[in-house]
Design a protein around this ligand. Structure first.
Ligand SMILES: O=C(CO)COP(=O)(O)O
Length: 131
């Protein structure tokens, strides 16, 4: 079943997300992918993934993703946020995390969690699921 997956990273963790996306490219390609603007463009260029790019996070992209979660279009949030750097758009980041929690969708805020979740049989492409 195709899912909506949001992929987002703050600047210091964009490289981590690119490496995650490259590693799990085949699984990710089987789903609808959404990203905030800068993250999405990097994933298209460096992981060759068909990502729908929203606005940049500090310019409303986090809110757009939050709305998609509310609408049921996004089923999984992978968000490598940066706990060591103050973000000027912190007031935008919190609602995204809050709405994802409220909607009870899986969330991965670091690489280890993302690796666990993306390995779920629920996300495997049909060709990889044993019949
Ligand atoms: O800041 C972000 C999420 O809060 C990410 O936004 P960008 O992908 O546009 O850098």
């Amino acid at each position: 079943m195709t899912r909506g997956i949001a992929l987002v990273a703050h600047d210091r963790h964009k490289q981590d997300l690119i490496e995650f996306a490259q590693h799990h490219r085949e699984v990710l390609r089987g789903h609808r992918l959404y990203s905030t603007g800068t993250t999405g463009r990097l994933l298209i260029r460096h992981a060759d993934l068909p990502v729908t790019c929203l606005r940049s996070g500090p310019h409303g992209g986090d809110h757009q993703l939050g709305a998609q979660i509310v609408d049921g279009d996004v089923d999984l949030l992978i968000f490598f946020w940066d706990p060591l750097t103050a973000q000027p758009h912190e007031p935008d980041v919190r609602p995204l995390q809050r709405l994802a929690t409220l909607a009870n969708i899986p969330m991965a805020y670091n690489r280890a969690s993302a690796d666990y979740i993306i390995s779920s049989p629920l996300l495997a492409p049909p060709s990889l699921v044993a019949l």
